[in-house]
Every structure is written in C-alpha cells, then in structure tokens.
Design a protein around this ligand. Sequence first.
Ligand SMILES: Cc1cc2nc3c(=O)[nH]c(=O)nc-3n(C[C@H](O)[C@H](O)[C@H](O)COP(=O)(O)OP(=O)(O)OC[C@H]3O[C@@H](n4cnc5c(N)ncnc54)[C@H](O)[C@@H]3O)c2cc1C
Length: 445
Amino acid sequence: MVQVNAVTASDSLQQDYDYGNFDPEPSNYETSDRENNRENYDYDVTIVGGGIVGSLAACALSGSGLKIALIEASQQSLAVARGQAYSLNLLSSQIFDQLGLWQQIRPQIETYTQVYLSDGHYPGVVHFSPQDIQAETLGYVAEHRILLTELQTQLRQCADVAWLCPAKVLQTDFQPNAASLTIEQAGGVTTVRSRLVIGADGARSPIRQQVGIKTYGWQYWQSCVVAFIKPEKSHSNIAYERFQPDGPFAILPLPDNLCRIVWTVPHGEAERLLKLDRASFLQELTQRYGSQMGKLDLVGEPYVFPVRLLHSTQYVQPRLALIGDAAHCCHPVGGQGMNLGIRDAAALAEVIRAAHRRGEDFANLKVLKRYERWRMVENVIVLAFTDLLDRLFSNQILPIVGLRRLGLWILDNIQPIKTQALRLMLGLTGRSPQLTTANLSRPAI
Ligand SMILES: Cc1cc2nc3c(=O)[nH]c(=O)nc-3n(C[C@H](O)[C@H](O)[C@H](O)COP(=O)(O)OP(=O)(O)OC[C@H]3O[C@@H](n4cnc5c(N)ncnc54)[C@H](O)[C@@H]3O)c2cc1C
C-alpha cells in the first residue's frame, strides 16, 4: 500500500533531485487517490489555457495515471491561427522530441545554423556557429500554428485528457483539499472540482489576478512590429540580431525562404510603421537594415505587440501553479519567452509525476514549491539578461556605447565567454527537465 505523505524531512532534499523515470502508474493513481482523501474530484489536474505552454503541460502529464482537463477559451481554429512564430532553443526541441512530436514538427519548421549579432552600423559582428557549442545547429524557428496543431493532434489521442474548448474559466475557488472552477461552455455554466489547477492563461492571467498573486515589472518604452517577409536571396539559415538605438531588430529564417522580422521601436514609431503602405514599409525596412538579402517582399500584414517585463512574486500556492506567461514575460530580444514557458511546463509535469508516483499529494504547497524553486531562479536570470541587453544596446550614451562594443569584442574573441553566453540563450544552462532525456513511452490509455 502506498503511504500518502509519508515523506520524511530527511529525504525531502533528495527528492528534489531524484525523480526516477516516468512511467504510467494507473494502479498507483487509484491507490493514492483513495488514500489521499475520499472527496470526489472531476479531475486531478485542470490546466487553464490551451496555448502552447498549457497544451504541452497536458501532453507531459498524460500517461501519469492522473485525470487531466485542459480548458481553452478561444475557438480551436482561432487558437491555432495566431500569426506568431518563435525561435525554439535546443532544450525546447528535446522536450518536443521526448513527447514524441519532433518527427512531425521538424519537417515543417526551419533551423538556424548561424547567428550574427551586431551593434547598429558598427562593423564588428559577433558570429555564433554550432561549433561554438559542439552541436549540429543553434536552434529552430517554428510557427505557432504548427506547434499547437501537433500538440492538439497528440492530445486527441490521450484518453486521460479532457479537452474543453471553447470553454472559459469564469471563477476559481480554492479550498484546502480542492479547487472549484466555474466554467462557461456552450452557453451554459458548470462547476468542476480539481485537486490542482495549473494557470497557463497568459500574461494577463485571470487566475493569477483572482487569487491575488502580485507581480512586478514594467512596460517598455518600445513596441515590437512583427512581420513575415520573403527575401529575393536565400536566407541561408542565418538569424540576425541587430541592436539599434531604437531597440533590437531580429530576422529569423522560416521554411520556403520566408523570414520573420521582429522590429523593436518606440511606441509612436511602431504606430507610424503600421500605417505605412506596403511599398513604404518595405522601403524603410531596406533603408534601415540593408539589402544583403536582395529585394524584400511583405507576406501578410505586419502587426504590433507591446513589450513588457512581468514576474509573479509566487508561482505556486496550495492547489495552484502558474506556468508560462502567467508567471513571467520578458522582452522578446533573444526569443526566450516561449522557451521559458515550455521548460516550466516540463519541469512542473516532472515534479507532479514524481510526487504522484511516491503517493504524495502532488497539489500541496510543499510539492509545488519544488517546481517554484527550480524554475524561478532560472527565469529571473533570463528576464534580467534580456532586460540588460535591451537597456545596454538601446541607448547612445558614449561610455555605454564603448562598453558594449568592448563586450561584443570579448564575446566574439574569448571562446569560453562566447560559449557560455550561447549556452544561456539556447537553454543549455540550469537544470534540464527529465523530459529532455527520459525515454517516455506514450501508452494509449
Ligand atoms: C513580439 C513578440 C515576439 C516573441 N517572440 C518569441 C520568440 O521568438 N521565441 C519565444 O520563445 N517567445 C517569443 N515570444 C513570447 C511568447 O509569445 C510567449 O511567451 C508565449 O506565447 C506564451 O505562451 P503561453 O501559452 O504561456 O500564453 P498564451 O499564448 O497567451 O496562451 C494563454 C491561453 O490561455 C487562454 N485563456 C486565457 N484566459 C482563459 C480563461 N479564463 N479560460 C480559458 N482559457 C483562457 C487564452 O485564450 C490563450 O490561448 C514573443 C513575444 C512577443 C510579444
């Protein structure tokens, strides 16, 4: 018989690092549920928010013996259709691989094998290549619709995941042993009870606001103009990050020789750019960023995102854990936001699965704190790094200009520093979730 909460203080430290292998344990589920308390739950884990981060958490928890619900407010077609693309780092690709999704995703996305980092028109360019980290590539660029479609296809095959979409969580009520969620779906309102709620409901996170978890952060003085372009010449799998006084400008390669641009400028300038006709927009783009890729064509309409830094003071409280943008948002320089969220989802799933396997109440604060301790420090480091990059490069104060150019020279010429900076941006520092290495079998339950 599994002894619930029979974890002694002396072995709790070891537990943080000793999660064992993932394995589906339906019998363990039945036992721990019976032992834990005899209340009736509709679900063990309810994930609010079926974006990429929430859907990935559901996939990572499937097969654990837990009964999961995933609730998404948008129509399925709308949730998928978001015209966004992300640079995926190597760690994220390993997580998708272990979930059994990489083979389907990889042919639909692009790899980048070189990164050129430059400071305005200063001729010194830092060049990163896979040799700097003894890898085959530096990362990938994937459209939102491809990642979410593959996650949803997988979820449809998971009999232990109930997918409620479109359905909106209106209210949550947390009691000592359960959370009640009031859900609006198909014109009706229902209440479900869950042992744990995972808030993957984005930067505005209604769940986080309802429970009063505080955040700190700021809106940047910049917005991001995002567009897809088709250059005349091959993008050659090169990613560019060029720092301008207005803010960083990134070009990322996509399949079919498309590129995604993320053009960070002050809010007023972003509005002005958005109002330009296509020819004038492309002319400004070429004027500012050169013509190394030949004539550019605009695909679709550019759109604008406000940019903010946000960090929750807590990621967890009893029966609740926040992941992804609900817990933190960062400046898009370096393309880190989605990668952090993917890592949160994998880490939380690992903590829950391990606790459940041992017969612990996986929704109690002691267990959830393991996830918070793991992810909070790593997220803060990346948030601080992206903030520093933006501040350092988005100004023209002479001593700072000199300092950052020295920094770029060091980065390009001192290999250990170059390797370490690259490893940070590619998600190769910090503690990796087991999902990056474990050979998960995905049983049809
Ligand atoms: C300009 C820009 C460029 C970026 N580029 C990159 C990049 O290159 N690489 C990268 O890694 N990251 C990038 N990011 C960051 C990335 O977009 C976010 O980190 C990521 O989308 C967060 O995903 P999420 O699933 O946590 O939240 P979201 O994508 O916001 O998903 C939240 C979901 O919750 C649902 N929801 C909300 N409330 C409820 C409710 N009450 N009931 C039910 N459902 C609800 C919403 O409908 C939504 O589908 C960029 C961000 C910006 C602004």
